[in-house]
Ligand binder design. Structure first.
Ligand SMILES: C[S@@+](CC[C@H](N)C(=O)[O-])C[C@H]1O[C@@H](n2cnc3c(N)ncnc32)[C@H](O)[C@@H]1O
Length: 308
């Protein structure tokens, strides 16, 4: 199949299965060669696939927040069960809302997640840090909320479209106190280099991240705990469209007791036994993995590592 005939630019003629030829670099040749020797299996031909599971299959913690582009938990479950063993490390370097790390922990593997987006980092940490509902409520009730540093008048009108003043005032102050405990701010990550300056290590940080994850999950939506006008959680909606739509359909911005909504939501998400193994979330670019991750992996070098 391969014609190892190099031209002056060090490109090699590669003959494809359909008989056509193309010029490729030595690096691409290696990739194509490996692919040719690796059988391709269409998932449609598999009998035991993740598709056999019901749509909402999985631990309730998986539904902390909806986010577009996420794996169904059954897909993560399938690959973790087939390609790793209890006690292994499972890494999703683009972990999104943390489906893979959480499923890994539920299957007694250590679930690691890396994501460049703070929201994804928080959601992953919230799911894999092993925070229990009762200790979380105790922490939430112990916070001295005071008043927000942000004047509600300074909140952009595009945001105010979604929330009643009463609900928004609570969101601002709760969010502020939790971020203070987490010490996460705009200096925590340099988006150009992917260098990060944040970890969630202490119990207080884990608790704060847990509640921020819960808050992210109810900030929009149409459930009895959702804080905004009834709307999609995972797709952004143009503020003007939202305003007009709400007017036309008589939708009301709900007045919520935000802490109570968060507590009720947490109770529901923890209605099944929690994972026995905990994991970790890292913020940053996958291609510049943090030192802490490398150190942690070295400690576990005797274990297998499955990367998604
Ligand atoms: C499709 S989502 C991942 C979904 C995830 N596997 C799940 O099932 O929830 C892709 C994620 O990759 C993250 N991302 C994009 N570029 C990245 C990079 N260079 N390093 C780390 N994360 C990145 C995005 O923030 C996004 O959350």
């Amino acid at each position: 199949m391969l014609k190892q005939k190099a031209n002056e630019r060090k490109e090699i003629t590669y003959t494809l299965k359909n008989g056509l030829s193309k010029l490729v670099s030595p690096k691409d040749l290696e990739y194509l060669h490996n692919r040719q020797n690796c059988p391709e299996i269409s998932s449609f031909n598999l009998k035991d696939t993740w598709r056999n599971k019901q749509r909402n299959w999985g631990h309730p913690l998986h539904s902390m927040a909806s986010r577009s582009g996420s794996f169904p938990p059954s897909l993560a479950d399938y690959f973790i069960q087939h390609f790793s063993n209890v006690g292994d490390l499972v890494l999703d370097p683009y972990s999104g809302k943390g489906t893979t790390p959480l499923q890994a922990c539920l299957l007694d593997r250590t679930g690691f997640g890396i994501d460049v987006t703070p929201e994804a980092y928080i959601l992953t940490s919230a799911k894999v840090s092993g925070i229990k509902h009762d200790e979380a409520v105790q922490y939430l009730k112990s916070i001295e909320y005071g008043i927000s540093n942000t004047n509600i008048k300074d909140v952009p009108s595009d945001v105010k479209v979604f929330f009643s003043t009463k609900t928004l005032a609570q969101i601002l102050v709760i969010r502020e106190r939790l971020l203070e405990d987490l010490e996460l701010n705009s200096n925590s990550i340099n988006y150009t280099t992917g260098k990060l300056n944040h970890t969630i290590t202490s119990k207080k940080e884990k608790l704060a991240a847990y509640w921020l994850g819960i808050l992210i999950g109810i900030i929009h939506g149409s459930s009895i705990y959702s804080l905004s006008l009834p709307c999609s959680h995972s797709f952004s909606m143009a503020p003007n469209y939202t305003k007009n739509y709400a007017k036309k359909h008589g939708l009301k911005k709900p007045n919520r007791n935000v802490l109570e909504c968060m507590i009720q939501r947490s109770k529901l998400l923890q209605s099944e036994p929690s994972p026995r193994v905990y994991g970790k979330a890292y913020i940053g670019k996958a291609e510049s993995m943090p030192d802490s991750w490398v150190l942690q992996t070295k400690k576990n070098i005797h274990k297998q590592c499955l990367a998604f």
